[in-house]
Design a protein around this ligand. Structure first.
Ligand code: GTP
Length: 323
């Protein structure tokens, strides 16, 4: 059996202003926080103990997830008073589980901003059969230039971690889901700010440890920008014109399409058009408004005949998202 750590403490600056009041992993994809999608993936792979590594807006997680029992998971919360970076966050979170697990129980770490349908069970099995220090999920992308790339040899062992470059030598990239041998995490200094991608992984390689690659090109999305958040939500809504939460009222003359996600307690007025958008809980959209590819903040009232495209809407504010 494996245990999980979800990294949910980053500032999410690329998603600002959407992340001003909501941490990135609590933003909704098809009406469920990204973290909830990840807990479902963890549970499906048999993981029943998870630590959320929180820092930025840490207080927003407990009211939603509680002790995790609703998902059949024993959930704990680690808190960093200052963000410790991904490596420091993993070390800090591990303090809550290391005493409860055996020396060989794999620890699965999820970047909190990734939507993935890869075969996590197979990744864990590969980690064990390869007796690796860490096993990384990699995906193949058409253009690896915006990412650091991760080459590996004929045995699937990672050979390098390369920064972004104009001519990447391979198009496999780090997909943000890692299976760790617990000892590797124990060896990180507690309380130190350190990046797992930029420091720990390259150091492990240098010291001769086996980092195994697990290439799986199933659905994968890093939802770290407004454009990819909207895309992720549409992908998860799927073939429906829209989905809608509880206690929402939609006028008969309103037209909603493009895999939009409408939250709970939303009121949509007459002749409103909503296309490919995310409308959060408690929103009122007044008559005659036309919204396309927008993100409407919780409890916002959109005034009559508002027209907006590719924007973030909050009370009295329409901000271009430059999609
Ligand atoms: P940007 O500021 O837009 O780059 O986003 P980010 O702050 O989330 O950083 P990044 O996308 O590199 O982080 C990847 C994952 O690690 C995200 O799920 C973050 O929430 C998480 N993360 C990043 N830094 C920290 C940290 O210092 N502490 C914790 N607990 N999580 C972190």
């Amino acid at each position: 059996m494996a245990v999980g750590i979800l990294l949910v403490g980053g500032l999410g600056t690329r998603l600002s202003p959407l992340t001003n009041k909501t941490p990135k992993p609590m933003l909704p994809i098809a009406n469920l926080p990204v973290t909830e999608h990840q807990l479902l993936v963890a549970k499906a792979a048999g993981i029943t103990k998870v630590v959320l590594a929180t820092a930025y807006l840490a207080e927003t997680f407990v009211p939603y997830f509680g002790d995790g029992s609703k998902w059949g998971i024993e959930l704990k919360y680690a808190l960093e008073t200052e963000p410790l970076g991904t490596g420091g966050a993993i070390r800090n979170a591990a303090e809550l589980i290391l005493a409860e697990i055996s020396d060989h129980e794999p620890i699965v770490v999820f970047n909190g901003d990734v939507l993935s349908r890869h075969n996590l069970t197979a990744q864990i099995e590969l980690h064990q059969s390869a007796a690796a220090s860490v096993t990384l999920h990699l995906v193949t992308v058409e253009d690896a230039r915006p990412y650091g790339c991760v080459p590996f040899d004929e045995n699937g062992q990672v050979t390098d971690f390369l920064e972004k470059m104009d001519n990447p030598i391979t198009n496999t990239i780090n997909a943000g889901c890692y299976v760790f041998n617990p000892q590797v995490i124990k060896d990180i200094e507690l309380g130190k700010v350190v990046s797992v991608e930029r420091e720990i992984f390259p150091e492990l390689l240098k010291a001769g440890n086996v980092i195994q690659s697990f290439v799986d090109n199933s659905y994968w999305l890093d939802m770290g920008t407004p454009k990819s958040l909207l895309k992720g939500s549409q992908d998860y809504v799927g073939n429906h014109e829209y989905i809608v939460g509880e206690n929402s009222k939609i006028s008969e003359s309103a037209k909603i399409s493009g895999a939009s996600a409408i939250g709970n307690n939303v009121t949509i007025g007459a002749n409103v058009e909503v296309i490919s958008s995310i409308i959060r809980d408690g929103v009122t959209i007044s008559d005659g408004s036309k919204l396309e590819n927008v993100f409407v903040e919780s409890n916002t009232t959109v005034s009559k005949a508002t027209s907006a495209k590719g924007a973030y809407l909050a009370d009295g504010e329409i901000i271009d998202l430059k999609l």
